[in-house]
Design a binder for this molecule. Structure first.
Ligand code: FAD
Length: 366
């Protein structure tokens, strides 16, 4: 029977596409599976994780530990390296055969390529870079109540609405938009690394998880591109997403960029952290793009975020406001970063950071 994405009553289950590299799953996979578990519980549905390419059963079962009821494992020599054609075909074939209601994809380089291609082929909608997802209307109302200025009680909602409510920043981060895809299925959404919270691993769940091996109907003729060689970047990328401590520099270092970055590195080293930057710093070429925090950079959720000369524009906050503790150092006492900071220091970072380093050294050496 032909696939019809408008026959929405035929679609069930929540799916998460999980990305493996050389057989290893990513942190985003576990974050999305944890979020998928929440949605599956709200919908009373089954949660499946889909893994294409080389992935051992032991690795796949880990996804069960974060809530996947089933892992669909599809290995094939042509899925070893990611190619748009191969992955799109196999993922779409699976969706057309089994008809999931929701399909979540990490907004990695691969996910950003794969998601829209699949949505177009399946004739459905995709909301990119979501920061919040709900199915249950009561939970969605609660989310609006706690995170928006909307008078929720004055708005009449259809409490029976079972569409996936996909919330993301819009208009340069100045407002949040909730998008639904009411006429087609699956509802597709990409979510950036670090945005969703990874749940707690449960061995009991992992033991219950079923791993199913699926066939991929794929030949060389399906691929228009060929991976000739994989060349690895030798430069160490800033591992911001999983960092426990982030020291972020902003345009406030401009009077002495080299010294500003050195101070940030020393502070990050002393605290076992990683250096990040605002977009102003990346645009000026003072740090490479993998350091950027914010709406168009990375989302961080460290235990400690320290901003050095970062004003706290809304687009920057979008990437760091869920940090457990925020410390801000800025010359301007009305810089918006102070609205979110747990500790604010108004002053010159070039004077304050050396003092902090001295105190840290003294604390370490007694
Ligand atoms: C669509 C869109 C997407 C964007 N995405 C991002 C994003 O992902 N990430 C991001 O960061 N931005 C993003 N931006 C840009 C954002 O709007 C701001 O322009 C940017 O965050 C400003 O960076 P900043 O805080 O470093 O610089 P500024 O806003 O210039 O702030 C510098 C701060 O340093 C302070 N200062 C100066 N000298 C000192 C000193 N010696 N000691 C202490 N403090 C000092 C100043 O008081 C000031 O508060 C985006 C913008 C748009 C339109």
């Amino acid at each position: 029977m032909a696939f019809n994405s408008a026959a929405i009553g035929e679609f069930h289950d929540i799916w998460v596409f999980c990305e493996q590299r050389e057989g290893t799953l990513s942190e985003t996979d576990f974050e999305l599976v944890s979020e998928g578990r929440k949605l599956a519980d709200e919908r009373g549905a089954m949660l499946a994780a889909v893994v294409l390419g080389d992935c051992g059963e032991e690795e796949a079962v880990q996804l069960g530990g974060y809530g996947a009821d089933r892992v669909l494992l599809c290995s094939h020599p042509l899925l070893k390296e990611y190619t748009t054609d191969a992955y799109t075909k196999v993922l779409c074939d699976l969706v057309m055969e089994r008809k999931p209601e929701v399909l979540l994809i990490g907004a990695s380089h691969i996910g950003r390529d794969l998601g829209p291609r699949c949505a177009a082929r399946l004739h459905t909608g995709l909301t990119a870079d979501c920061t919040h997802l709900d199915i249950d209307m009561e939970r969605y109302r609660e989310f609006l109540r706690t995170s928006s200025s909307m008078d929720v009680d004055a708005v009449k909602f259809n409490m029976e609405d079972t569409n996936l409510k996909m919330t993301r920043p819009a208009f340069g981060g100045h407002l949040m938009a909730t998008i639904i895809c009411p006429r087609f299925r699956p509802c597709m959404s990409t979510v950036r690394p670090g945005v969703m919270k990874k749940g707690t691993y449960s061995q009991e769940w992992a033991d219950r998880c079923v791993v199913e091996y699926c066939q991929a109907d794929l030949t060389e003729q399906d691929l228009r591109t060929k991976v000739v060689e994989v060349v690895r970047e030798t430069r160490k990328m800033a591992d911001l997403t999983g960092a426990e401590v982030v020291v972020c520099v902003g345009r406030g270092i401009r009077q002495d960029v080299e010294r500003g970055i050195r101070l940030a590195e020393e502070l990050a080293d002393a605290l076992g952290g990683v250096v990040g930057g605002s977009r102003a710093v990346i645009d000026a070429g003072w740090l490479t793009a993998d350091h950027q925090i914010g709406q168009t950079g990375k989302t961080v959720r460290p235990r400690l975020y320290i901003g050095l000369g970062v004003s706290g524009a809304i687009q920057h906050k979008a990437g760091m406001q869920d940090s457990e503790r925020i410390v801000a150092i800025d010359k301007n006492d009305s810089a918006p970063i102070f609205e979110d900071a747990d500790y604010g220091i108004c002053g010159d970072l070039f004077e304050i950071v050396p003092l902090m380093l001295e105190e840290l050294k003294a604390a370490v050496h007694g």
